[in-house]
Write a protein that binds this ligand. Structure first.
Ligand SMILES: Nc1ncnc2c1ncn2[C@@H]1O[C@H](COP(=O)(O)OP(=O)(O)OP(=O)(O)O)[C@@H](O)[C@H]1O
Length: 366
């Protein structure tokens, strides 16, 4: 699978861009703020129907304009796929595949698998558990539609339960009866969600370790551990016991919406003990592991988007990463960097078909 053509109008700082893309490697080189990451974000948008960076859709429209359009032509197993996304201020976004609008955007997720590696991934390490859950959910949703449905339903149950808790004054028999109904679903759906998350992380672990050990040349020991709220011995009992507390707080404190994954280096949390380069290596290995995982599950190689990837890595790790990325294991790749003299030697080492686009002030030349 690869992206052949990209056409953008008023997407962030890119007023107009029409690009013919290379099946191999596409490099976008330019100064800070030029629009390199915005271009990657437009490609991300076509796979996930949303921005990687800004969840407020209307803020992705170029300032002083009232709409944006993103269009892409893909080759998927020698069939052409045309994706159109248009957003006009104050209106619902239009998302079409081959001129036909989707009934539900969730039906599109997974058609064009994609893995993005960005400096923003640091959020996965430094921020709270919500970031890690979102990450896991977005990967599983790319290959398992039922999971996405369970997750949507689970979130609806939690939000209805929370609305009810906020209005509740005391836990009388009627309140317990109502909560029993929601708690039954929290347990049923939660079990399925927790099981899928556990399976995914167990399968991801060996490929993640393989990638980490390759890039870091076995220099340190890393690990991740899934902590599911549902795995405590009597989850049902503890959900019931928390009702009083939930009523006071006005939200549900137990359930898979509180799950987490602990990232470790040398047996300690990487958030506290990892150096910047080690954290970066960890995140790259996680995402490349995800790439391998998705390739196997989708029987299709995802697009790989590498935003500012070589920053903070020492030469040895950088070289090993180049060796990896240059292998036939990866298909179409998009790379951004501020320096042409850092990218040119990389392309020479890789020996893959490539195009270089110079980016300045939202304009692209090659
Ligand atoms: N809705 C918008 N309208 C106009 N400009 C926008 C909009 N959203 C973001 N921008 C601008 O886009 C620019 C950022 O572009 P981008 O993140 O693509 O830069 P970059 O080339 O990746 O830079 P860096 O090398 O610093 O990562 C900023 O100047 C930002 O103000």
């Amino acid at each position: 699978m690869y992206l052949k053509q990209l056409h953008l109008i008023n997407f962030k700082n890119i007023e107009l861009a029409q690009l013919q893309l290379n099946k191999g490697i596409n490099c976008f080189i330019g100064p800070n703020g030029a629009g390199k990451t915005n271009l990657l974000d437009a490609i991300y948008y076509m796979s996930f129907c949303k921005s990687f960076f800004n969840p407020v859709d209307s803020q992705n429209i170029q300032h002083k304009h009232d709409f944006f359009v993103i269009q892409g032509k893909y080759d998927v197993n020698n069939e052409e796929e045309h994706i159109y996304c248009g957003l006009k201020k104050g209106q619902k976004k239009q998302f079409k595949r081959n001129k036909k609008e989707y009934d539900k955007l969730s039906n599109h997720i997974g058609l064009l698998p994609l893995v993005m590696i960005s400096p923003q991934d640091e959020r996965l390490i430094v921020e709270g558990s919500e970031q890690r859950r979102k990450y896991i959910d977005s990967v599983i949703s790319q290959y398992d539609k039922t999971y996405l449905e369970h997750l949507i339903n689970y979130n609806k149950v939690i939000s209805q339960r929370n609305i009810y808790l906020k209005k509740l004054k005391n836990l009388n028999a009627q309140a317990h009866e109502m909560l029993d109904i929601w708690d039954f679903q929290i347990i049923e759906l939660g079990r399925k969600i927790s099981h899928s998350r556990m399976q995914f992380l167990e399968e991801l672990k060996p490929v993640f370790l393989e990638m980490y050990n390759f890039i870091a040349a076995q220099k340190e020991v890393v690990e991740f551990d899934y902590k599911s709220n549902l795995n405590q011995p009597d989850f049902e009992g503890s959900l019931k016991e928390s009702r009083e507390k939930d009523m006071i707080l006005g939200y549900t404190t137990k359930g898979v919406h509180k799950d987490d994954v602990e990232f470790q280096i040398g047996g300690y949390p990487i958030k506290k003990m990892g150096s910047q380069g080690q954290k970066k290596t960890f995140l790259i290995a996680l995402k490349l592991g995800q790439f391998k995982f998705l390739s196997e599950h989708k029987k299709r190689k995802p697009l790989l988007l590498l935003d500012d990837i070589f920053d903070k890595l020492d030469n040895e790790r950088g070289d090993r990463l180049i060796e990896l990325v240059g292998s036939d294991f990866f298909s179409q790749i998009f790379i951004t960097d501020t320096q042409l003299n850092r990218i040119e030697p990389v392309l020479n080492k890789i020996q893959k078909e490539s195009s270089i686009f110079m980016v300045d002030n939202g304009k692209f030349n090659n």
